[in-house]
Design a protein around this ligand. Structure first.
Ligand code: SF4
Length: 694
């Protein structure tokens, strides 16, 4: 007998918020989800969860859900609801018309780090095979693309080195540009548990995040560097390790390319990289930097965990390589308790990158220009792929403004809100002749769309997500797709209408194709994931049960490669007109641009974005706690409520980006990482003034 209000059955699935990838039981009554309960056998979360996964799933049935396809000829026209067939045919005919008029490469697409691996794979396949262009990119472009570049250059693959449980054996934890207790809460609590057991903690962050000092936790060293000086800091840490004889010489000699190491050793041992010299850039006391470097190099297991405070800089890729250098020099790669670990933002950032979403790479990070790789896909897909990499998102927008890029298919990404310099993004979108948006809500990007294809939430489809520890977790359908079709089915319909038919009857068949085409996924199948609970790639003949720790006997690239990491100050300068640096981050209850969490009860915990400002800067401007202030940068102006905060250092202000209307990206600039174009969200020169509207 089932009592009223009691669940009838449950479906085990994976949280669709952050890159921790917690497993949950969706408890059901009929086709209604009544509860999300953290799943005790989930290998990423071991029965734990945070307030997002546990409570913030009500958006899936929110009244704002769009459930019918819509089209319009001009973005000033009202939307017209149409059948799926009409919407798909309209989109396909527009793309065909545009390609006929402007050429094959005048269109492109964006895969989503919110959707499943299988869906990301299909979108990039559609762009490459049906559109016939490599103009495909992923929203990972604006978060962890420097991780891909930096770890690939140094270690040979674009992924973190450890599983989450590895932190249980870390003796020293260095957290750089990450705020795990807010942004990756379940992993943050694992980390805190290890710290309470006695592991030492170094925090490198401009802001005094919770980990620096909270109940039972106190960082041994907090290095509150100025935003934009990460590379100066990593070089200073490396300088101490090299010049004070702290290099693990045996490890380096056995595991690393000695020619590159010697070059790097000469580079960082130069006095200009000393903590004393770097202090003028970082603002951090040289003695603290020296002590932190000694601590990091003094233990058997030292682990680096980092976030977007590393990657979203003009030297994001350089900094990733700098951290890899540090870990190799101290023998901290290839064993439990150590490593270089990106804390991925979105639930499937790792997966969308793995799935060949970058314009230069096919699945498993293999370059599109490699003949043998391309030939494999040509055979499997029955096409002839272009060997030239396509356009990245910012290049697509630039080309749109220039008039050479005319159509785009965007699945599960709101570039008008989440990408930098909103004015430029919207100018690019406005200049296109066909913008197709597939999403669950009419997002900001949809304001510039001609076709809206309703998307599905994680509760409405089968598939897989890959979390920050390379763990492939099952996503299981709990309720039927609200708009009638799951996203992967919609991509198939569009592909067929474009003349390239894909024939999958279930996402498991898509995974089978991915495994057949991707050496690191060769042993992955739904059957195997069901048997094992989850699988960490690489999973193949060499590692049939997956790989919790990477680079154990040798690096993926063979010998580890030290890279020269010259510090180049960002072009975004403070000065008399813009004397403060704005940096950004997340808060526990909210998620990214808030499209989901703002439509749940979680909004009560954080109803608006605020500007944190140091008392000194506030006093100089006559700003009191709670005043409305205008924040002005070289590209725009927004307004927020000011909160005087001891977390801030003088000269630096901080905001979150979860609410629309006060969006931080109205004022962020076009500067980006030199290697990947990841935007420099973390450094914007601004002035803050009392607003006229109090
Ligand atoms: Fe979801 Fe991340 Fe919270 Fe886990 S820690 S419940 S994955 S948001």
């Amino acid at each position: 007998i089932i009592e009223a209000g009691q669940p009838e059955h449950s479906v085990v699935t994976t949280c669709a918020y952050c890159g921790v990838g917690c497993s949950f039981k969706a408890e059901m009554r009929g086709t209604e989800v009544v509860n999300m309960v953290p799943y005790k056998d989930g290998e990423a979360n071991h029965g734990h969860s945070c307030v997002k996964g546990r409570f913030a799933w009500g958006y899936t049935t929110h009244q704002d859900r769009i459930t019918k396809p819509m089209i319009r000829a001009k973005i000033t026209d009202p939307w017209k609801e149409v059948s799926w067939e009409e919407a798909i045919n309209y989109a396909a005919s527009e793309f065909k018309r545009i390609q006929g008029k402007y050429g094959r490469t005048s269109v492109g697409g964006i895969t989503s780090s919110r959707c499943t691996n299988e869906e990301a794979y299909l979108v990039q396949k559609l762009i490459r095979a049906a559109f016939g262009t490599n103009n495909v990119d992923t929203c990972a472009r604006v978060c962890h693309s420097p991780t891909g570049y930096g770890l690939s250059q140094t270690f040979g693959t674009s992924a973190g080195t450890q599983n989450f449980d590895s932190v249980r054996q870390a003796d020293v934890i260095m957290v750089i540009g990450a705020n795990p207790t807010d942004a990756h809460p379940v992993f943050g609590s694992h980390m805190k548990k290890r710290l309470r057991q006695g592991a030492k903690l170094i925090v490198v962050d401009p802001r005094r995040i919770d980990l620096v000092k909270s109940a039972h936790i106190k960082a041994d060293y907090h290095l509150p560097l100025k935003p934009g000086t990460n590379v100066a800091m990593i070089n200073a840490l490396a300088h101490v390790i090299v010049t004070e004889g702290l290099v693990k010489e045996d490890y380096v000699a056995e595991r690393c390319d000695m020619m590159e190491f010697n070059r790097w050793r000469d580079f960082v041992s130069d006095k200009r990289h000393s903590p004393e010299e770097m202090e003028k850039y970082t603002g951090v006391k040289a003695a603290d930097v020296r002590a932190a470097a000694r601590l990091y190099a003094s233990v058997k297991n030292a682990a680096i965990y980092y976030g977007l405070g590393v990657t979203e800089h003009s030297q994001g890729s350089t900094m990733v390589m700098g951290m890899a250098n540090l870990a190799m020099a101290t023998g901290n790669v290839g064993h439990i308790g150590a490593g270089v670990n990106p804390l991925r933002g979105q639930n499937n950032v790792q997966g969308s990158c793995d799935m060949g979403s970058f314009p230069h790479e096919l699945t498993g990070y293999r370059h599109i220009s490699t003949d043998a790789v391309r030939e494999q896909f040509n055979q499997a897909w029955g096409v002839t792929l272009d060997p030239e990499p396509g356009l990245r998102i910012p290049n697509m927008l630039d080309a749109a403004v220039d008039g050479t890029f005319k159509g785009i298919y965007i699945q599960g990404e709101d570039i008008a809100q989440s990408d930098p310099n909103t004015k430029h993004v919207t100018a690019g979108l406005e200049a296109m002749e066909c913008v197709v948006v597939q999403d669950i809500f009419l997002n900001e990007t949809a304001n510039y769309a001609h076709v809206f294809l309703p998307g599905t939430t994680f509760l409405e489809k089968d598939g897989t997500f890959t979390n920050a520890e390379r763990r492939i977790n099952m996503v299981r359908q709990a309720i039927p797709p609200v708009p009638g079709y799951a996203d992967w089915e919609v991509t198939m319909m569009l592909s067929k209408a474009l003349g390239y038919e894909m024939k999958y009857s279930h996402p498991s068949e898509i995974m089978d194709e991915i495994a057949a085409l991707t050496p690191t996924f060769k042993g992955v199948s739904y059957k195997r994931i069901e048997e094992m609970g989850s699988i960490q790639w690489p999973c193949n003949d060499a590692a049939p049960n997956g790989t919790p720790t990477m680079h154990i006997d040798k690096f993926v690239r063979g010998k580890g490669r030290f890279m020269i990491t010259e510090f180049v100050p960002t072009e975004e300068k403070v000065g008399p007109r813009f004397p403060l640096i704005l940096t950004t981050g997340r808060i526990l209850s909210q998620y990214n641009v808030g499209a989901q969490t703002r439509r749940t009860g979680n909004v009560a915990w954080h109803p608006e974005d605020i500007l944190e400002i140091h008392a000194f800067d506030a006093e100089q401007r006559g700003i009191r706690d709670g005043d409305n202030v205008a924040i002005i940068s070289r590209v725009g102006e927004t307004s927020l409520k000011a909160v005087i905060s001891e977390r801030m250092q003088p000269g630096v202000v901080y905001t979150t980006f979860h609410h629309f209307g006060t969006g931080a990206n109205v004022i962020t600039t076009d500067f980006s990482d030199w290697a990947t174009n990841c935007p420099e969200y973390k450094v914007t020169a601004v002035e803050v003034r009392l607003s006229n509207h109090q």
